[in-house]
Design a protein. Structure first.
Length: 216
């Protein structure tokens, strides 16, 4: 069977939030005396699990107490800043194109479920997705198992799905379930990092949908 369902990543893909992510990181690390990072610094160090991102920034392994403080501070700042964030350019048109060609779509994020439900409602997107899944427990892990559970709940087998995201973790999750992956070069990673994954790369959200549909 050809793919006919698209699983969207949220942060850094549909949601244009990279500037506030960097701002929130800077607020979190300021409490430890670290200097602010730039967008390029973020790209140089970002990885998943997110805790390892902070290990890279600190140049050492952060302990459990430090990780809790960092994660809490980041999310407090991020949620404050995210009240004015909008979708990435072309996102609504991309969602509409999928509907026009008869694809179904869903949203899978590593953000907390309650917050995700709220921002999806604010942006009036809920009716477009079969399912909107965030995290109900701790944040910062890998996406693969969450994608497996997400598709199982929808009754969709992996080879019927395409995953669109902006990080290597999205590719790893897609491969875990046998789905196809398309990476959106939205700014969270240097292009060479994305190219190393060996999957199609789109420079725009619209481009990612065109790649998904054209390669059915």
């Amino acid at each position: 069977m050809e793919p006919s369902h698209l699983v969207w990543d949220w942060n850094g893909t549909l949601l244009d939030d990279l500037p506030i992510v960097i701002d929130a990181v800077n607020r979190a690390i300021a409490g430890f005396g670290l200097s602010p990072i730039s967008a390029d610094d973020y790209r140089d160090h970002y990885t998943r699990p997110v805790r390892h991102f902070y290990d890279r920034l600190f140049g050492r392994t952060v302990d459990d107490e430090e990780w809790l403080r960092l994660n809490t501070s980041f999310h407090e700042a991020y949620f404050e800043l995210a009240t004015t964030v909008d979708l990435a350019p072309g996102a609504r048109e991309a969602i509409a194109i999928l509907e026009q060609v008869g694809w179904t779509q869903s949203l899978l994020s590593m953000s907390p479920q309650d917050w995700l439900d709220g921002i999806v409602a604010r942006l009036r997107l809920g009716d477009h997705f079969l399912k909107v899944d965030g995290l109900s427990g701790s944040t910062g892990g890998l996406k693969a198992v969450h994608l497996e559970d997400h598709l199982a709940a929808l009754g969709i087998v992996g080879d019927r799905a395409v995953v669109v995201g902006d990080t290597p973790d999205d590719v790893a999750a897609a491969r875990h379930v046998g789905a196809r992956a398309i990476l959106f070069h939205g700014g969270s990673h240097h292009i060479d990092v994305l190219e190393a994954e060996g999957v199609p790369i789109a420079e725009t959200i619209l481009g990612s949908v065109k790649l998904a549909v054209s390669r059915r």
